[in-house]
Design a protein around this ligand. Structure first.
Ligand SMILES: *Cc1c(COP(=O)(O)O)cnc(C)c1O
Length: 458
């Protein structure tokens, strides 16, 4: 049977998109046309028009870490539908509702002790802004106004609003563009993969030296995600916890990307056995359905703020604790916990190890690494986006490389056959990029300092 014609006029959509619509990290208009997605189900995106004969492509990105259970999941759909019929939204000032209360209760239950209080906001970046505000205000309230800087390590990513940008990797994070405008924070070197005493000493020394002006240390535990997909020894998190305790500095873990099982434990911090004073969650919180994030803190932080000169946390987004998002988030967390999610992540981990291993022998590949449901192939040149994504699409797979990285973050429901296809597509994308870079003439272009998730445009 011939394919039914697309329900939309794709050419018209793309023309309007070009004329009016800004895409992430892109110029206006974008350099390349995006693919038009018509719908999505399970691990597949359905395109409005076929690409290389594929009307449906397997999604290797889980929509930027978020779609844990795949698309169009009956349980999440039902949660959204049920809530839609009760109410989509009400303001959170002076009002409350069951979805927010139950979600907060669940998050406190599953995150490390002694995190006890939850601020629900609309995006990961805002949850980091709230975390920073909590930390700065804690010290102001307890009488130490000098403690207003942040420390982090290089290679991180914490979001695109102002305070988060200031703790993103200073080279990858466009700090040069914003010098003199962004708050200047304290940067440790990027954490090595394995434990090194000298690096632990470097962290301790930096915390000690700046303690008088530091409100908090903020890091992504175990995996630095959009800053470069780097893994590090959990032991460094214990070093930070000890140094922060010793010198009176708060510790913030940004688990927006690593939360909800991605690294093999429910939260990456569990691998170090340490708990932060403030924790940020987002991305997979709603199973990729709606935008919502959470900032959790301890009673010590909450009490410090609430007993201060201005005894309130002055933050309150219009769509705070949105009931629709909270209902889906609760359903998504419960769905995750009702399954052997750790077994599934282990299954994905071994499939990625198996499937990506041949990449080590490919020209242009400098590293292949896998942790939990994260697979990374690092190249010795900035990925040729057009060549790499096109090669993946030939295999019917959607990938979105960035900088020098071709990586996958599959939904946890991806079966072994699709995982094998995704790995084949990663190898093809890496090879195509290397070939294109060679064609463009050696020396290969160096990895340019672009932003996270996607290299240069759209
Ligand atoms: C994606 C991400 C953010 C920003 O979240 P948004 O929802 O995109 O604002 C912050 N921190 C980490 C670790 C992230 O991966």
């Amino acid at each position: 049977m011939p394919e039914a014609p697309p329900a939309v006029d794709v050419a018209e959509l793309l023309a309007l998109d070009r004329a009016h619509v800004w895409h992430p990290y892109g110029p206006m208009p974008g350099r390349a046309d995006p693919l038009v997605v018509e719908s999505a189900a399970g691990v597949r995106l359905r395109l409005a028009t076929p690409v290389h004969g594929h009307r449906e492509v397997v999604d290797g990105m889980a929509s930027w870490w978020s779609a844990l259970h795949g698309y169009n999941h009956p349980v999440l759909n039902e949660a959204a539908r049920g809530q839609l019929e009760r109410m989509s939204h009400v303001m959170f000032g002076g009002l409350t509702h069951e979805p927010a209360v139950r979600l907060a209760e669940r998050l406190v239950e599953i995150t490390p002790e002694p995190l006890r209080h939850v601020f629900l906001s609309d995006s990961g970046s805002v949850s980091v802004e709230v975390a920073v505000k909590m930390c700065l205000q804690y010290w102001r309230s307890t009488g130490d106004r000098a403690k207003r800087r942040l420390m982090t390590w290089r290679g991180g990513y914490h979001g695109d609003t102002w305070q988060p940008m200031s703790v993103c990797d200073p080279d990858g994070g466009m700090h040069a563009l914003w010098s003199g405008v962004l708050p200047e924070q304290v940067f440790a070197d990027a954490p090595p993969a394995a434990y090194e005493q000298a690096y632990a000493d470097h962290l301790r020394e930096l915390v000690a030296r700046h303690a008088h002006e530091l409100a908090a240390v903020i890091v992504e535990p175990v995996v630095q995600n959009a800053g470069g997909m780097r893994f590090h020894s959990p032991a460094y998190l214990r070093v930070l916890r000890e140094a922060c305790d010793e010198h009176g500095v708060l510790l913030v873990f940004d688990e927006i990307a690593t939360g909800f099982g991605r690294t093999g434990t429910l939260f990456a911090a569990e691998q170090a056995g340490v708990s932060p004073d403030v924790l940020c969650l987002g991305k997979a919180l709603t199973g990729g359905y709606l935008s919502m994030a959470a900032t959790l803190c301890t009673s010590r932080v909450a009490d410090g703020i609430s007993q201060g000169e201005v005894p309130v946390l002055a933050h309150g987004p219009t769509f705070m604790a949105n009931p629709l998002a909270a209902s889906v988030a609760l359903a998504s967390v419960d769905l995750l916990l009702s399954q052997d999610w750790a077994g599934e992540v282990r299954r994905i981990e071994s499939a990625l190890r198996r499937g990506l291993a041949p990449a080590t022998a490919l020209p242009g590949v400098v590293d292949v690494r896998v942790l939990g449901a994260i697979g990374v192939v690092q190249l010795d040149h900035a990925v040729d986006m057009a060549a790499a994504t096109d090669a993946a699409l030939r295999h019917g797979v959607w990938l979105r490389p960035f900088r020098d990285l071709v990586y996958v973050m599959p939904p946890f429901v991806m079966d072994d056959e699709d995982l094998a296809t995704v790995c084949t597509a990663v190898l093809a994308a890496a090879s195509a990029s290397t070939a294109a870079a060679a064609d463009a003439g050696r020396p290969w272009p160096r990895a340019e300092p672009t932003r996270r998730k996607n290299g240069s445009d759209t």
